[in-house]
Design a protein around this ligand. Sequence first.
Ligand code: NAD
Length: 398
Amino acid sequence: MKILCVLYDDPTDGMPESYPVNTLPRLEKYPDGMSLPNPKAIDFTPGELLGSVSGELGLRKFLEENGHTLVVTSDKDTKGCVADKELVDTDIVISQPFWPYYLTRERIESAKKLKMAITAGIGSDHVDLQAAIDNKVDVVEVTYCNSRSVSEHIVMMILAMVRDYHNQHKIVNDGGWHIADAVKRSYDVEGMNVGTIAAGRIGYDVLRKMYPFDVHLHYNDRHRLPIEKEKELNLTYHETVESLVSVCDVINISCPLHSETENLFDEELISKCKKGAYVINTARGKIVNREAMAAALESGHISGYAGDVWFPQPAPNDHIWRKMPNHGMTPHTSGTSLSAQSRYAAGVREILECFFDGNPIRNEYIIVQNGDLAGMGAHSYSKGSATGGSEEAANFKK
Ligand code: NAD
């Protein structure tokens, strides 16, 4: 079979020859008891860079020894790109959300042999799920592999934004020492109302990690949590997103992007947010209206916006979020720490082993199967497509 793997570019100064940390901590299982990826073997050293082109997710030896062809490229957006040329006779596509190969309907329909799209990570909105359903292309992701990497990042961003870390760090880098400049936007998180839109694997872990900061915790989700989980963290459940945003000082977004959540934070919902709120979004850029959020930061209605997700990706060089005031944006990195990469590389290998051996892929990994949402897809997504406008990614110039 032919496997097309679309990964981000290697570091500009080449692949690392050494790493800051020698060994990764060993995790036994995820908090709900789910086991970590468990392929029969791996051909990489955990902690090394696997998500860039030369890292190849550690798959080449395994695939070639089993008679398959592996094509790896980062060239994914322009007309006539390598990924598009290779796609036409590909059986399986692997792509990471950090550098998504947007599998639009047009692309899916050009790939007559395509059987499966694997997300090396979590969040399969870069695949037109409706087109995958219609064309019986299965979609799977490595559920849980980087959920806790992201929740760590969210906690970091909540603290950084509320305490105004970026401004203070810049003062030091600029050679300054002006304390009043450094603290005029700096607060304690303690006592604040902190809420999350979606309390799935990431959202719930954010609530759990924020609990010791002595804040009031809120959530909204289309599936209400069991009462014991609400009691454990003293959570306030909100039936609607509007209700949550009207009372929270910090609003975290952790729902998948699908037809229900696209453009959820539009001008109207942003206007209902508590004046001065901070918004953190590591879910997907398209959940938040680009212009409306930039305007809310300009006016001061929103005090700060941080996250790592943009639409499209890579974000065009003139994307308005690069220059808006009081933002703490990074490129899409929270789920691709070196720790996370080792888990999703192993998870992709587990999925491929199951597929080639004719064994069932774990239900938790399934988004679309046999022409319908299934597994996690049925729980967390809706039918439809969220890939519209992705061609703008071709505007990014390195
Ligand atoms: P999950 O499936 O465990 O949780 C998703 C939750 O969203 C579920 O509880 C579901 O009920 C809820 N939900 C779905 N639609 C909703 C709606 N309309 N309103 C309210 N709640 C809704 O997934 P997870 O591991 O927590 O990941 C969530 C999302 O985070 C992913 O889909 C992905 O988009 C994003 N993510 C980003 C990164 C990153 O690197 N920035 C990494 C992993 C995941």
